[in-house]
Design a protein around this ligand. Structure first.
Ligand SMILES: *Cc1c(COP(=O)(O)O)cnc(C)c1O
Length: 370
């Protein structure tokens, strides 16, 4: 079935048989059982990261509402499994820890990346160490102890795109992690191009309304088991309420992405001719994000917007604008920002679902103040 259909029905196959329309929200932290020896046997299975579909035992191990979201996102990405976390960074942390525990702490990463991702990888806080590569130097950067290749496409905040199939080939046996937060499975499914690990900050487009934090990895079942084991001991689980909201968000994801992308493409086109705009970054792939390099003071633009919301984050129904140099990518060293091609004149726009003429008038009048 088509993606639009699956976005609405995935993770909900059993609802008619259950006789409910909305998915059950299970807030239990623990699950009573009279037979402790049977429960002990189940715990042994769950500790290996296997999901046997049996009754849950404890909220840190599994949750039925969260499992629906995991099933649905995995299906949309064309992957065997999904493993959900409390945030995008918790999801990334699990992948870095997986590389470390597998004795392969070396990471090859391509800039630019989301600021906190860059910082986590650059700082080696979780015991990894990095070689920064360009798409052309990934293959030669791989070593026997390389456990992960990390890339974002389109990348935050410059919207730079990479050829995922080429990178997957360059990575060889090393798992390629693609952060697909910006494209979403509506525009791009990295697993179809050879990526082994697909990461989302679900906080962004998957939730889509700026009211839920989450992260998720779509991957094969073997890697999912490793991640579930790590999640079980480190505790970075997704809250069931978040799982509920994220599954609801998925059902409107295709229409939201298409409508927001149409607005963004129109704004990108008009911004190219704006006298206060020196450069427009808009991916070939499309999408709801546009980045611009402005002539003059970028912070003056932020304080002048009235329809755009001046805030970090992205992927909401409302349009947001922020200055990466001050906010999302502030945690990076200034030289690293430069290395990643993030200009101090850069503003990142996450285009929402408002009327495009209202958005245009707003950004146009704000740019006059730059
Ligand atoms: C926001 C973001 C993250 C981090 O996700 P959180 O949910 O904020 O932890 C990772 N990657 C990209 C591309 C992001 O935009």
């Amino acid at each position: 079935m088509a993606l639009d259909t699956r976005a609405i029905h995935a993770g909900r196959d059993d609802l008619v048989d259950l006789g409910v329309h909305a998915i059950p929200l299970d807030l239990s932290t623990t699950y009573p059982a009279r037979d402790s020896s049977a429960e002990a046997a189940r715990l042994d299975v769950l500790a290996t990261g296997e999901m046997d579909g049996g009754l849950p035992i404890y909220g840190r191990v599994s949750n039925p509402t969260v499992a629906r979201f995991e099933t649905a996102l995995a299906e949309l990405e064309g992957c065997e499994a999904g493993v959900a976390f409390a945030s995008g960074m918790a999801a990334l942390s699990a992948c870095l820890l997986a590389a470390v525990v597998q004795g392969k702490p070396h990471v090859v990463a391509v800039r630019p990346l989301y600021g906190t991702t860059d910082h986590l990888v650059a700082s080696g806080l979780l015991g990894t160490f990095v070689t920064w590569a360009s798409p052309d130097t990934v293959a030669q950067s791989i070593r026997p102890d390389t456990g992960l290749v990390i890339v974002e496409s389109p990348a935050n905040p410059t919207l730079t795109e990479v050829d995922i199939a080429r990178l997957a080939e360059a990575a060889g046996d090393v798992p390629l992690l693609v952060d697909n937060t910006f494209a979403t499975p509506v525009l791009q499914r990295p697993a179809e191009h050879g990526a082994k690990i697909v990461l989302h900050s679900a906080t962004k487009f998957l939730g889509g309304h700026g009211d839920v934090m989450g992260g998720i990895i779509a991957c094969d079942e073997e890697y999912a088991r490793v991640l579930r084991q790590l999640r079980f001991v480190t505790g970075g689980i997704l809250h069931p309420m978040a799982g509920y909201l994220l599954l609801r968000g998925l059902s409107t994801l295709p229409v939201r992405i298409r409508a927001a992308s149409a607005n963004a493409a129109e704004l990108a086109q008009r911004l190219k001719d704006h006298p206060k705009v020196e450069r427009v970054h808009y991916p070939k792939l499309g999408g709801a994000l546009v980045s611009i390099e402005v002539a003059g003071d970028p912070l003056a633009v932020i304080s002048a917007v009235r329809v755009f919301t001046p805030a970090v984050s992205l992927g909401s129904v409302d349009s947001l604008i922020q200055h990466p140099g001050s906010l999302t990518h502030r945690i990076m060293e200034p030289d690293d920002r430069k290395d990643a091609g993030i200009s101090e004149q850069l503003l990142r726009l996450s285009v929402g679902l408002e009327d495009v003429e209202d958005l245009w008038q707003d950004i146009d009048q704000a740019l006059q103040k730059a």
